[in-house]
Design a protein. Structure first.
Length: 266
């Protein structure tokens, strides 16, 4: 049976992040993507022009429609924007109980625009984090969630441990791209740490990397891989999507999500 994945996230009119990036990532992994749109953004590679939140009622009904027909076992969660949306997603997860929940704590756009209102953060930490199988913060997001200042791999480990042991998330992947040198990520499953090295790629095509990584993890989980393997495979996929990106837009450009897809034209 074809695996089904649900993304609960915002829409990016520029196509580089949000549900657009998620669906392309799902397609590239050979899984079927479904969506719940939480917010509509007017944005491009230069920045965010406007954000309009979807009502809690419509968010819930989108999820109900998907779960009652497709029964996705894996859910990826991205931009939630405000407290009412966080509360609605908590309700959805508790009602439909997917096997895997991949939580990308989308707080700030690449352009610097805030994507999660301050009032929503407390509910995000207390109610949503404990429902996640894995959370994938970058360093600024991890600092907001844990209150730990991160300047080293050891502090990344401390942050990952706090996310799991104090805040109740199943596992944590703290992404180290904001530190100097080649990016190193830290994965903690509650028992063991894995330090996962990467390489720094000099490019402007990095819009949607967080969305893409989390949706790639979700796709791999849906395909039957365990958490650590899914993280490792997702990192390789994103690295190549950055390396093979096309120069699109005038600002921070998108990745090439379909670098591994071969098209046959009749």
């Amino acid at each position: 049976m074809l695996p089904v994945v649900l993304t609960i996230a915002g829409s990016d009119s520029g196509g580089g992040a949000g549900i657009q990036a998620d669906l392309k990532t799902f397609f590239a992994h050979g899984v079927y993507g479904t969506t719940v749109i939480t917010a509509i953004t007017a944005q491009n590679t230069l920045g965010v022009y406007a954000i309009e939140d979807v009502s809690p009622e419509l968010i819930y009904l989108q999820a109900k429609a998907v779960f009652e027909d497709f029964s996705p076992a894996t859910v990826k969660i991205g931009m939630l924007s405000r407290e009412e949306t966080v509360a609605t997603v908590v309700k959805i997860l508790k009602e439909f109980k997917p096997k895997w929940v991949v939580l990308d704590p989308v707080m700030v756009a690449k352009s610097g625009a805030p994507l999660l209102k301050e009032g929503a953060i407390a509910l995000f930490k207390s109610q949503l984090l404990p429902l996640a199988s894995i959370v994938t913060p970058n360093i600024p997001e991890a600092e907001v969630l844990t209150g730990i200042s991160i300047k080293s791999v050891e502090e990344m480990k401390e942050s990952a441990r706090y996310l799991v042991e104090a805040l109740g998330v199943g596992s944590a992947l703290v992404k180290g791209g904001h530190l100097e040198g080649d990016p190193t990520d830290v994965f903690y499953d509650g028992k063991e740490f894995w330090v996962l090295p990467g390489k720094r790629i000099t490019t402007k095509s990095t819009h949607g990397t967080g969305c893409t990584l989390s949706s790639a993890i979700a796709a791999n989980l849906a395909l039957g891989y365990d958490l650590l393997t899914s993280v490792k495979r997702a990192k390789v996929y994103v690295e190549k999507a950055i390396e093979r990106a096309f120069p699109l837009g005038k600002g921070v450009g998108p990745l090439n999500h379909l670098w591994n897809v071969k098209f046959e034209w009749s």
